[in-house]
Write a protein that binds this ligand. Structure first.
Ligand code: ADP
Ligand code: ADP
Ligand code: ZN
Length: 216
C-alpha cells in the first residue's frame, strides 16, 4: 500500500505516519526528516537546504525528488510507503507520478488531515522529539508517561526544531497555501483524495485513517 498524508505543518502527518508504519508494516518517508539528516551530516546538500528550512521556505523540487526516488527503492519500502511532507508542489506531484510509473508502482490513496488553522501554531511550537529514538511529543497534547523520560526508549534527552517558532510557522503556512494546497485538486481529479478530521484526538485520527485504508 502506497499513500500520501497531506496537511499543513502541525497537522499530525508525522505522528500518524509513525502509527501506520507499525500497523501496516510500511515505511514512513518524511522528506523533512531526510533533509534534517542531511543538515546534521554537514553535506553540501544539507548546507543548501538549511538556510531555506530555517527561513520556512521550501527547498528546490529537484533536491527532494532525487532523495525520494532513491529512497523508494530501499528494501523496507517493498510492502509500501507513506509519504509524509512530499509532494509539496505541483511539480513534485507530477514527478512522483512519473517516478512511480517508471518503477511500476501506483498510489493507493492520498489523505488530507483537515485542521483548524488557529490550532497549528500551538501544535508546532509545543512539539519536541526524543533525541535518541525520534519519538514525537507535545508540551500539552502528548506528554511522556513519566515526565522527562521517553516512553519508547527511556532517554532523557529531547530536542526541538529550529524552525518550530511562531514566525517561521507562519511563513511555512503561507508556503503550504501558495504551493502545496494546489495539489489537492490534482489528486481529487484522479479520484484518490480522502479526508479525515485532524482535530480529533491522536488515537481517533488513527482510527479514521485505518478505516479508509482497510477499505482501500
Ligand atoms: P506534522 O508532521 O504534520 O508537521 P506532527 O505529527 O509532528 O505534525 O504533530 C505536530 C505536534 O502536534 C506534535 O507535537 C504532536 O504531538 C501534536 N499532535 C499531533 N496530532 C495531534 C492531535 N490529533 N491532537 C493534538 N496534538 C497532536
Ligand atoms: P512540517 O511537517 O512541520 O511542515 P517538515 O518536516 O515536513 O515540516 O518540513 C520541514 C522543512 O523541510 C520545510 O519547511 C521545507 O523547508 C523542507 N521540506 C520538507 N519537505 C519538503 C518538500 N517535499 N519540498 C520542499 N521542501 C521540503
Ligand atoms: Zn526515545
Amino acid at each position: 500500500m502506497n499513500l500520501i498524508l497531506l496537511g499543513p505543518p502541525g497537522a499530525g502527518k508525522g505522528t500518524q505516519a509513525k502509527r501506520l508504519e507499525e500497523k501496516f508494516s510500511i515505511a514512513q518517508l518524511s522528506t523533512g526528516d531526510m533533509l534534517r539528516a542531511e543538515v546534521s551530516s554537514g553535506s553540501e546538500l544539507g548546507k543548501e537546504a538549511k538556510q531555506l528550512m530555517d527561513a520556512g521556505q521550501l527547498v528546490p523540487d529537484s533536491l527532494v525528488i532525487g532523495i525520494i526516488s532513491s529512497r523508494i527503492d530501499d528494501e523496507d519500502c517493498k510492502n509500501g510507503f507513506i509519504l509524509d511532507g512530499f509532494p509539496r508542489t505541483e511539480a513534485q506531484a507530477e514527478a512522483l507520478d512519473e517516478m512511480l510509473a517508471s518503477k511500476s508502482l501506483k498510489l493507493d490513496s492520498v489523505i488530507q488531515l483537515a485542521v483548524d488553522e488557529e490550532a497549528l501554531v500551538g501544535r508546532v511550537t509545543g512539539r519536541y522529539t526524543c533525541a535518541e529514538c525520534g519519538n514525537g511529543y507535545h508540551d500539552e497534547f502528548q506528554k511522556p508517561e513519566v515526565e522527562g523520560v521517553c516512553d519508547n526508549c527511556g532517554s532523557k534527552e529531547f530536542k526541538r526544531r529550529a524552525d518550530d517558532n511562531e514566525d517561521t510557522v507562519r511563513t511555512r503556512l503561507k508556503a503550504y497555501h501558495d504551493q502545496t494546497a494546489p495539489i489537492i485538486p490534482y489528486y481529487e481529479a484522479k479520484g484518490l483524495m480522502g479526508r479525515v478530521d485532524g482535530m480529533a484526538d491522536i488515537e481517533d485520527v488513527t482510527k479514521q485513517l485505518e478505516k479508509i485504508l482497510e477499505a482501500a
